[in-house]
Design a protein around this ligand. Structure first.
Ligand SMILES: C[S@@+](CC[C@H](N)C(=O)[O-])C[C@H]1O[C@@H](n2cnc3c(N)ncnc32)[C@H](O)[C@@H]1O
Length: 232
């Protein structure tokens, strides 16, 4: 049986190319990135954040399962005159062992699989880090999502019908006036305590939590749960 990540409409995945500078500025700060550091963006989409991290002097590697997004990221880097290494890869099978100073998973790009496979994805991200390297995970804040649960959401050009089932947001998407659904996403949300345990199972120590890319501290009402963990 196909997974939802394969069947959902490709138009739903990416934010516009011109966004990403503010997320990159936050990531640089939260991970303490310095020029020359090796950094992994997984999944990178079309590289809208990675390009800014590269311009700050980091050596970027980006992975995504979608070859068209990877090709777009390569074109963007070439157009902007920065270097980067891009590979098609699945989060659960990242082919890296220990070379990265830091990695980030941005934009609600975690929790797409079974609990066991989500842990596996986190373990593969952790395995990419050198000892002491840092991982940043940008998650939807489960506490706030459930407190203000919205079964129907209009996102401007896109709409969702969502149920909460088995600790997951199960959302059916519609684009514009198209009558047919554009697919259903299934995203496991983790509480802060569950995230801390997940990190520990992947050999990561929880270092900090933020509530948004403005660097505000995490609170129950925050839009996001952005966690930084250290390898070892
Ligand atoms: C919401 S987008 C975020 C992309 C990027 N982090 C950003 O903020 O622009 C999620 C990305 O995850 C990728 N993706 C989905 N499932 C994946 C998997 N199993 N392995 C690798 N990438 C995956 C999609 O192709 C998409 O580019």
């Amino acid at each position: 049986m196909s997974e939802w990540i394969e069947t959902i409409d490709e138009r739903l995945w990416l934010h516009p190319d011109e966004t990403g500078a503010d997320a990159a500025a936050f990531i640089l700060q939260a991970l303490g990135l310095q020029p020359g550091m090796r950094v992994l963006d997984a999944p990178c989409g079309a590289g809208r954040i990675a390009v800014h991290v590269a311009k700050a002097g980091c050596q970027m590697t980006g992975i995504d399962r979608n070859p068209r997004f990877i090709a777009r990221a390569q074109r963007r880097f070439a157009e902007e005159g920065v270097e980067g290494d891009f590979q098609v890869a699945d989060l659960r099978r990242l082919p890296f062992d220990g070379g990265f100073d830091a990695a980030y998973n941005w934009g609600g790009s975690f929790g797409y699989f079974s609990d066991a496979e989500n842990l596996l994805a986190l373990q593969r991200l952790a395995a990419a880090l050198r000892p002491g390297g840092r991982l940043l995970l940008d998650l939807l804040n489960r506490e706030a999502v459930l407190r203000d649960f919205r079964p129907v959401l209009d996102l401007g050009g896109k709409r969702t019908h969502t149920i909460w089932e088995d600790q997951r947001l199960v959302s059916t998407w519609y684009i514009g006036d198209e009558p047919e659904s554009a697919g259903t996403s299934v995203i496991r949300l983790y509480t802060p305590a569950q995230t801390r345990r997940l990190l520990a199972h992947a050999g990561l120590t929880w270092e900090a939590a933020y509530g948004g890319k403005d660097g505000s501290p995490y609170g129950r009402g925050s839009g996001r749960l952005i966690v930084v963990g250290r390898n070892g």
